[in-house]
Design a protein around this ligand. Structure first.
Ligand SMILES: C[S@@+](CC[C@H](N)C(=O)[O-])C[C@H]1O[C@@H](n2cnc3c(N)ncnc32)[C@H](O)[C@@H]1O
Length: 483
């Protein structure tokens, strides 16, 4: 099997592409129903926090027509224990946001069960907002007999509420598909604490001196980990941090993947975010499948795989679901304007600018940074248009370039530009770049069709929009557990 990265809704991807009983391990970290928006934090090339804090995904669930359809589908097709449990939830919760969330989870968990091998394991990452309901749901879908652990991931840091204990743990529900499953504790043993080492030494001496009958020999590979794990979450200064909200630490995934899969096994993450599961699975020689509905996440994963392992999309792994031709691009633009824009920006390696969902964009959709002089950065303002375009748009971009004191402007259009537009762009003249000693057209108009056929805007040495992911050869093995 080739490694696969899917851009799209996991329900559709699972149904259309993932075969029955083809996956050994599933880790899923879905949005939690915390009623929050999650912003991707971009940084200016200078290291300053950037204005571009984009809502990558929202996790507020509402009862919509789609949820009603999913609920009906569960009623018609799910096994009786799942139907009864969902009916009970509906009676108790009525049609509220929590029921919408559970319905959306239920229909996906049924698909995940289908694709899991009989010897496979599933780890569902959630938090106390919904973990109690999700455990009941998992019992119904996977059977309570296949419940293995409720792992409590504890951490420190961040804010504390005034009148409650600080909420500093997540829950990871571990189930298997049957009771014939793979689990390798030796791959994840952790060091004994100084205290337990002392206790073991004392007990061994007591045994030698025949004061007790049982000896407690420490395992040379370390201690069997408990179901509570103390690991630090990704901190702002962390080398691993890529700026994607809710990014999980690699150490957490490392423990899950090592314990519940072998080399060559297939690991699936249907809510893969910035690709933590994928990066760790790849490093540990597992095959992987990642799915995410946000194009920012897909692009970040591609970047992570390139900078960490030197993997190229299309060559070293498959990318499915991104537009590959004009009609695909048109379809994406008609479904979701923002996703289209993020996808178009990714084609020119621009960082998205500001948050259009929340406020005015001042005529800037993205920015491309480049080296203009020895210690000076230059920037090109990017605008993306999916509708009708005219010469007015080119003039407008030119005025934004001037207002922002940018060196260049890039106009990306889905529709063909008019002759007038191209003439207006060429009238803008050239930008002379000292570092390359060359002139670059100040205002460039480029179509999606041209971008899809490999053409790129002519820009001096460009700076990547993302933070460099730590390279594979400098990732040390982490012993992140504290006893
Ligand atoms: C909590 S984040 C996962 C973070 C990830 N574990 C990491 O380390 O980066 C949840 C992800 O689920 C994605 N998502 C939400 N609904 C989805 C759906 N229906 N299909 C696929 N992905 C979805 C969001 O775009 C988001 O990236």
């Amino acid at each position: 099997m080739e490694n696969q990265l899917y851009y799209g809704d996991n329900l559709r991807v699972l149904r259309e592409y993932i075969k029955d009983e083809s996956v050994d391990l599933i880790y899923l970290d879905p949005p939690f129903n915390s009623k929050a928006d999650y912003n991707v934090l971009f940084r200016e090339p200078t290291g300053e926090p950037s204005q571009a804090q984009i809502v990558a995904f929202e996790d507020t669930w509402h009862w919509t027509e789609e949820t009603e359809r999913a609920y009906q589908k569960i009623m018609e097709t799910a096994p009786p224990q799942v139907v009864n449990m969902m009916k009970a939830f509906r009676e108790f919760l009525e049609r509220n946001d929590m029921l919408a969330y559970l319905t959306m989870m239920c229909i996906r968990l049924l698909e995940l069960k289908r694709v899991l091998k009989p010897t496979g394991s599933i780890y569902l990452h959630c938090n106390p907002t919904a973990s109690h309901y999700l455990k009941v749901l998992m019992d119904a879908v996977f059977d309570h007999k296949n419940f293995r652990n409720e792992i409590v991931w504890c951490y420190r840091g961040g804010g504390v509420p005034k009148k409650d204990f600080a909420r500093k743990h997540d829950i990871i529900l571990r189930y298997t598909k049957s009771n014939n499953y793979y689990f390798n504790v030796d791959a994840v043993r952790i060091p004994y604490s100084e205290e337990s080492q002392q206790r073991l030494r004392y007990k061994a001496r007591a045994f030698r001196e025949k004061r007790v009958y049982e000896s407690y020999e420490p395992n040379p590979l370390g201690k069997h980990p408990e179901d509570w794990w103390v690991m630090q979450p990704i901190m702002p200064s962390d080398k691993e941090r890529l700026g994607y909200p809710t990014q999980k630490p690699e150490a957490l995934l490392e423990r899950i993947i090592l314990a519940s899969s072998r080399e060559g096994d297939v690991v699936l993450d249907p809510f893969c975010g910035c690709g933590t599961t994928i990066a760790v699975a790849h490093r540990l020689n597992r095959k992987w499948i990642g799915i995410d509905i946000t194009h920012l996440a897909i692009n970040l994963i591609k970047w992570r795989l390139k900078t960490t392992f030197n993997l190229s999309a299309g060559k070293d792994y498959k990318v499915i679901g991104e537009p590959v031709d004009l009609s695909g691009a048109r379809e994406l633009a008609s479904q979701d304007r923002f996703q289209f824009q993020w996808w178009a920006l990714s084609l020119v390696d621009a960082r998205p600018y500001a948050d259009k969902k929340r406020g005015a964009d001042k005529g800037i959709d993205g920015v491309v940074y480049f080296y203009a002089d020895k210690d000076k950065l230059g920037k090109a303002i990017v605008q993306v248009k999916s509708g009708k375009v005219s010469v007015k748009d080119v003039r407008e971009l030119l005025s934004v370039v001037e207002r922002e004191k940018a060196q260049m402007g890039i106009f990306i259009t889905l529709e063909k530009p008019t002759k007038q537009m191209l003439e207006e762009a060429s009238k803008a003249g050239f930008y002379s770049c000292n570092i390359t000693g060359r002139q670059f057209p100040k205002l460039q108009v480029i179509t999606i069709e041209e971008l899809l056929s490999g053409k790129r805007p002519d820009v001096p040495y460009q700076i990547s929009p993302y933070k460099q992911a730590p390279r594979e050869d400098i990732i040390s093995t982490r012993q992140n557990s504290l006893l």
